[in-house]
Design a binder for this molecule. Structure first.
Ligand SMILES: Nc1ncnc2c1ncn2[C@@H]1O[C@H](COP(=O)(O)OP(=O)(O)OP(=O)(O)O)[C@@H](O)[C@H]1O
Ligand SMILES: O=C(O)c1ccc[n+]([C@@H]2O[C@H](COP(=O)([O-])O)[C@@H](O)[C@H]2O)c1
Length: 208
């Protein structure tokens, strides 16, 4: 199978603390726009650039599974939770590529991210190695232009990589905003799927 005809697989990594409607719009838009065989949602075990998360890894994975249930093409990938330790994207891509540097079964990986993380990309561990292994797909986010920093732009060009631009409306939804609303006892209706809200309530997550 030549590289250009190999199926695309979208990878959407995140803290998902909790997963919300913008994550789901991002995943569905990527699935359609990239004509991907699947979009895999990858909850981070320990996102090293963040403060400790509020929900456990298992709870965040449970919420992802509930959010995508019955949606063809979307899948939970537990690779980072099962690996444990700091969640470096480069390690995930290398593991998915079978340690050879070549995507398993000829798949073409596309790492999906929002504009805030695109702007932050050159702080990621071995970020040039990530560009060697995957294309990128970015969605706009209020407050940040979805443009790559100059070194990333240059590295993408050097590897002949594509930066896909995902056509979705900017959504002013964030996990931190949802956690704040829940801690104040405010409604998050419409911001998270109903099954995720039930899980949050049952497990008393994000309370003050
Ligand atoms: N509203 C959004 N629009 C576009 N991309 C988003 C949006 N929310 C999250 N993303 C992207 O999804 C990925 C995972 O995000 P994450 O799980 O950190 O959620 P978050 O809402 O950014 O969390 P927090 O508010 O705690 O920072 C990141 O690449 C992020 O840029
Ligand atoms: O590999 C890294 O160094 C790295 C640094 C920052 C973020 N990431 C990944 O980017 C994804 C989104 O991160 P976050 O913090 O916005 O949830 C998630 O999969 C993180 O593991 C990865």
């Amino acid at each position: 199978m030549s590289a250009s005809t190999a199926p695309r697989i979208g990878l959407l990594g995140g803290s998902f603390d909790p997963i919300h409607e913008a994550h789901l719009t991002l995943a569905r838009t990527a699935l359609a726009h990239l004509d991907a065989a699947s979009v895999q949602l990858i909850p981070a075990a320990a996102p090293w650039q963040r403060q400790p998360l509020a929900a456990t890894a298992e709870q965040r994975a449970d919420m992802v599974a509930l959010a995508i249930a019955g949606q063809p093409g979307l899948a939970l990938n537990r690779i980072e939770i099962d690996r444990g330790g700091p969640s470096y994207t480069i390690d995930t891509l290398r593991a998915l590529a079978g340690g050879t540097g070549t995507p398993a079964a000829g798949a073409r990986y596309v790492w999906i991210l929002g504009a805030d993380q695109l702007a932050n990309f050159c702080t990621w561990n071995e970020w040039q190695g990530i560009v060697a292994l995957a294309d990128l797909a970015v969605a706009g986010r209020p407050g940040t232009e979805p443009e790559p920093p100059a070194p990333l732009h240059a590295e993408l060009a050097r590897h002949g990589r594509t930066l896909h631009r995902l056509p979705m409306p900017e959504m002013a939804v964030s996990s931190s905003g949802i956690r704040r609303r829940l801690a104040r006892g405010e409604s998050v209706d419409g911001l998270v799927p109903p099954a995720v809200l039930r899980y949050i309530t049952q497990h008393r997550l994000y309370q003050a």
